[in-house]
Structures are given as C-alpha cells and as structure tokens.
Design a protein around this ligand. Structure first.
Ligand code: ADP
Ligand code: MG
Length: 601
C-alpha cells in the first residue's frame, strides 16, 4: 500500500458532493435553503436543460459581506453555528457549511452578493480553484450560478437522467419548500419559460390558496384540516380524505420544524391511522407540519438532512397516530354538508340525544321485527362471531320520522330505493345517493369494533397448549413482560431456555395462525415496546364479518328502514367511506341537477 497522505481540498469537496448532491434537484434544494436561511422574501429559480446546463438561484435576503465571500465556498465554514450545542437549537435549515464548496467542486460556479449598503462582489470557482473576488452589479441579496453540473466528474454526469425527469424532481422540490414557506414568493423558470409563480401569502386564507396552487384544488377541498397540540408537540396541516386516496405516495409532505423529512416512524404512524379506511395499495395525501422543541430532534443524522431522529420517538409516533386517527374518525357521512336546522335544537344536540326518535318524541325507536332477515346470509362466519352480529342487528332499529320542516338531518330523508342497490334521499342541498351495502358494512364494522373494545379482549383456553420454539431473547421477553401479553388476551409462559407455551388466545382469533401472530407480537414488543397486531388482526376479521353480515344488494327496504340507515350513518364514525375506502354517499346539489337541465342559464 502507498503511504498515507492528506487529500487536496478539491477532492475532499468532491467526495462530500457525492453525499450531498445526488442530482440537479439537490443543488436547487441547498441553494433555496440558503436563501430561506438568509431571510429572503422572494426567491427566483432559473433552470436550463433540467439543471444540467444551468441552475441559478437569486434571492433578496441579507447577502454576504464581501470579505466573507471566499469563506462561503470554503468547506466547514458557516455563519449558522459555532458550537456543538448550537446544533441542538439550530433554527436554520443549513449548518454544516458543506453545500457551496461541494457544489462548486463539481460545476462552473459563481456567487454574487451584496449585503446592506455595501457594494456587490462576485467570486468564481473554475476547475475547483476559487478566483479573486471582483466588483459586480447586484441588488441587495445573493445569486448563485451553477453551470455544467458534474462536467469534471463524468462518472456522475452519466447518472443525470433525461431533462424532463431532472426538471420534474426540481419542480417537486420547489413545491415542497413552497408548501412550508408560504410567506416567500417563488418563481421557477425552465429554458426561459415561466413554470411556477407562487405569490407570497399574507394571511391564513392566502396560505390555504398556496396549498391549493401547489397540490391542486382537489387536495384542499378533499382534505381535513389538522391543528392539534399536546405534550409540547404541535401538529398542523391537512390530511386527504380516505376517499381521495392516491395510487402513488406522491403527495406526502411531512415537515419537522420547517424541514421536509422522510421518517419511518412517521410513515408508520400515518399508515396505521389510515389502516381502517384505506384499501390496500392506496396512499393517503397529506401536508403536515410538526413543531417541537429543537432540542428534542437530532437533525445531524443525514448529510442532505432528509432524516431526523426524535429523542422521544415513541411519543411522537403515538401523538401522530392518535391525532390523525381521531381526525379521520370524524369522516362521517353528511358531516361536511351539515345544515344548521331552523329549530331551536342544533344538529349536535340532536345527535347527542341519540336521534329524532329518542330525543324529540317525534318518532318511535322500536326494534324492527324482520330486520334480522335483512342481515341474512351470514355464511362462513365462525359461530362466536355470529353471536356478535346480534349487536349489529339490534342497532339498526327503525325510526319513524315525520317530515317536520326545519329539522333536516345532513343526509335528509329517504325517498326511494334504486335497483336494490342505492338509497335516494332528499336533504337541504338536493339529492343524496347512498350505496346501501357499503354504508351498512361500515356501520356494522364500527359496531363490532365498539362492542369488542367495550368488553376488553375476550380470550379462550386452548384445548392443547401450543408449544413455540423461540430465540433466547424472545423467550425472556415472554417471561419478563407476561402482563403485556395478558393485556392482549394471551396467556403465554416460558417453558424452557428457547421455548414458550401458549395457553389462552383472544377469542376472535380463531382462524388465525396463532404461532405466527405470537412471534410477530413478540417482535413488536421488542422493537416498539408494544403491539397493535392483535387489534389489527381482529379488525381484519371484524371487517370480513361486517361484509358478510351487511345488507346485500337487491334487498327491498321500507322507507323507515332506509331512514334508519341514514340516521345510523350520521352517527357512525368513518361512515363517509366503506371499509375499503370507497365513498358511501354522493351529494348532488339542486344547482348541479339544474345544470343537467340547462336551467338558470
Ligand atoms: P451552511 O448553509 O450549512 O452554512 P453553505 O455552504 O450552504 O453552508 O453556505 C455557507 C455560508 O454561506 C452560509 O453559512 C451563509 O453564511 C452563506 N450563504 C450561502 N448562501 C447564502 C445566501 N443565499 N444568502 C446569504 N448568505 C448565504
Ligand atoms: Mg446551506
């Protein structure tokens, strides 16, 4: 082997560029972040040839002192931190002092800046060598010009994709920053053509419009506003309705203290929150901002700062899961178009009193004798589970509702059934169409879940205990944390150095591969300190049961039955979509119907 020698600075910078600069969009990211850190109110991004020929970012921020220009392009030189502790409370996006020297080492680079009332100066880097600064013309702020990216590292240049692909990444990147920094104006041009202009937001309304500009109006109109704070964590933003799910995970933005990150724990918490309302393979859309004490997140774990590490990752996970889960539980059918009734009783009061039948004496809530027949066809469902569908049966009691004016519930009153599949109802806005099987399936499922959790997890003794071969670590988890398993409805005891014996299992899990489930639960307990697997496996089963136990198509329903279904939907969490994430109702307003008849034009 040759003797050890220190590498020349240009090579050091090129190696650093390997980590930080993955593609043209990474350059754009670093430059925009510097502009944001410099307090810019306006950022212009000019791109040519997908960024391969030119990337120019211009801002009106604080600028750089002429004397500091050479330092700005020196490795590990930064104005943003001075000690290790500073990283713990860093409020800027950058702090490593690596971006500019890395970029300059793999491009033809120029930095021009003017700070305060001083003169503007410019510094160029050619072939990795900084040139002497020269006077220049520039308003207050900074411009960085990056030409011929990777011209001197052909191996990397080969990795640049087609112009359209690279520009697509740049466009996405600008969008993600525009979402987080609504007060800043962004202009993006490609090959001289203006592609994006995001006007600065002055208030909350503007900020919402910005989100609509970036992700499309369909996102803002089909999402739930999130705003929740607890335990020093603050979550805000929007999550897409389950019925507006996407085939790609292409509209998922999660910002931690203003920094866009990809995080496994976060992704997991979001996935779990949607578990009950999204069909497999579909992806929710969301734009979320988590703000917390900077000391509780380590941002220094990734050179491009795509990742962070939470000090209390379990707490963050549970907070996200809870907040989103609770928000999604409110996706009841008819909630968005809830009408304020003319009478003294408000809609929430009405709901609190358990519906018209109970509270107002307007109707009678009596069990419908032949309702059980409606459920019919509960084939292929285990017997102990069948007993539980009784709960579901009695819940859809009939309600007689006189057509009192004023008090029109959100989903209105049934007027007819269409082809044995849809219930048609009239409400204050117009016509409501309900997919009766989908709606009933959700209602049954939610009832089953509620009755299940009300009783706690019931368990049953196995006739013959099930022996499990485990690793020593797993066996000791079983031994030490037995009560965790008891809480989940299991009775498991360690039976040897590398084995355990399962004596009781949750009743609901009759058809499940117990050995596999127990192993998965142990793995979860080791990895996260707890497990939701039993609940999830149970829910899957309940969902199948709900499907079997729900009104089939081609059932004739009477008007009271249809109205009972509508009232139940209004009171059931998540009833806006069936168990697979498809919508259960559609609203056609009178205006929309008028349009079909070319009325009022
Ligand atoms: P970092 O952002 O991690 O500090 P950079 O290499 O990106 O490192 O930038 C080095 C320094 O150059 C920054 O600390 C900052 O002082 C200065 N700088 C870079 N870009 C700008 C800009 N657009 N406006 C003002 N100062 C800038
Ligand atoms: Mg930087």
């Amino acid at each position: 082997m040759p003797r050890i020698h220190a590498l020349p600075p240009t090579l050091v910078n090129q190696i650093a560029a390997g980590e930080v600069i993955e593609r043209a969009a990474s350059v754009v990211k670093e430059l925009i972040e510097n502009s944001v850190d410099a307090g810019a109110g306006r950022i212009e991004i000019e791109i040519e040839d997908g960024g391969a020929r030119l990337i120019r970012v211009r801002d009106d921020g604080g600028g750089i002192d002429a004397d500091d220009l050479p330092l700005a392009i020196t490795a590990h030189a930064t104005s943003k931190i001075s000690s290790f502790e500073d990283i713990e409370r860093v409020g800027t996006l950058g702090f490593r002092g690596e971006a500019l020297p890395s970029i300059a080492s793999v491009s033809r680079f120029a930095l021009t800046s003017r700070s305060g009332n001083a003169d503007a100066w410019s510094i160029e880097v050619a072939g990795g060598k900084p040139q002497a600064p020269r006077p220049a013309q520039h308003p207050r702020g900074t411009s960085v010009e990056v030409r011929d990216l990777f011209y001197n590292v052909p191996a990397r240049r080969k990795f640049l994709r087609a112009e359209r692909t690279e520009f697509g990444h740049i466009d996405d990147l600008v969008k993600s920053i525009a979402l987080a920094r609504t007060a800043i104006e962004f202009r993006l041009t490609h090959n001289g053509k203006a592609v994006r202009l995001y006007k600065p937001a002055r208030d909350e309304g503007d900020a919402v419009r910005r989100v609509g500009d970036v992700l499309g109006e369909s996102f803002t109109s089909q999402s739930l506003r999130i705003e929740h704070a607890a335990a020093g964590l603050n979550l805000s933003g929007w999550v897409g309705l389950p019925t507006a799910s996407r085939s790609q995970a292409d509209q998922q933005y999660f910002h931690v203290n203003g920094r866009l990150v990809r995080d496994k724990q976060v992704a997991h918490a979001v996935r779990q929150a949607y578990a009950d309302v999204l069909f497999h393979g579909r992806h929710p859309a969301f734009v979320l901002f988590l703000d917390l004490d900077p000391a509780l997140v380590d941002v220094n774990v990734h050179p491009a700062k795509h990742e962070v590490r939470f000090r209390e990752s379990r707490l963050v996970h549970d907070f996200l899961y809870r907040t989103l889960h609770d928000a999604l539980a409110e996706t009841r059918a008819g909630v968005e178009q809830a009408v304020a009734p003319a009478s003294a009783l408000s809609w929430p009061q009405y709901r609190q009193q358990g519906g018209l039948g109970l509270g107002l004496g307007l109707g009678v809530r009596e069990p419908l004798a032949d309702y059980a027949a409606l459920l019919g066809e509960v084939r292929g469902v285990p017997s102990q589970v069948l007993a539980m569908t009784d709960v579901a049966m009695e819940t859809l009691a009939s309600v007689n509702i006189p057509q009192a004016d004023g008090d029109i519930p959100p989903l209105g009153f049934a007027i007819a059934q269409l082809h044995g599949i849809y219930v048609l109802a009239q409400n204050a806005h117009g016509l409501v169409v309900v997919d009766m099987h989908a709606a009933h399936e959700r209602i049954t499922y939610e009832k089953l879940k509620a009755s299940q959790s009300g009783d706690g997890i019931r368990s049953q003794q196995l006739l013959v205990p099930l022996g499990l071969a485990l690793s020593e670590r797993e066996a000791s988890v079983v031994e030490e944390q037995g009560d965790r398993f008891t809480a989940l409805g299991f009775d498991i005891v360690r039976s040897g150095a590398q084995s355990a014996s399962v004596r009781r299992v949750p009743t609901l899990l009759d058809d499940v591969d117990i050995a596999k489930l127990v192993r998965d639960v142990i793995a979860d307990v080791i990895a996260h300190g707890s497990s939701r697997r039993v609940e999830e496996a149970g829910n899957e089963l309940l969902s199948t049961m709900a499907c079997h136990g729900s009104v089939r198509a081609n059932r004739r329903l009477t008007l009271p039955e249809m109205n009972a279904l509508l009232r139940e939907m209004e009171m059931t969490e998540r009833s806006g979509q069936c168990n697979h994430g498809r919508p259960t109702t559609v609203q056609l307003s009178i205006a929309e119907i008028d349009r079909l008849f070319l009325r009022g034009r």
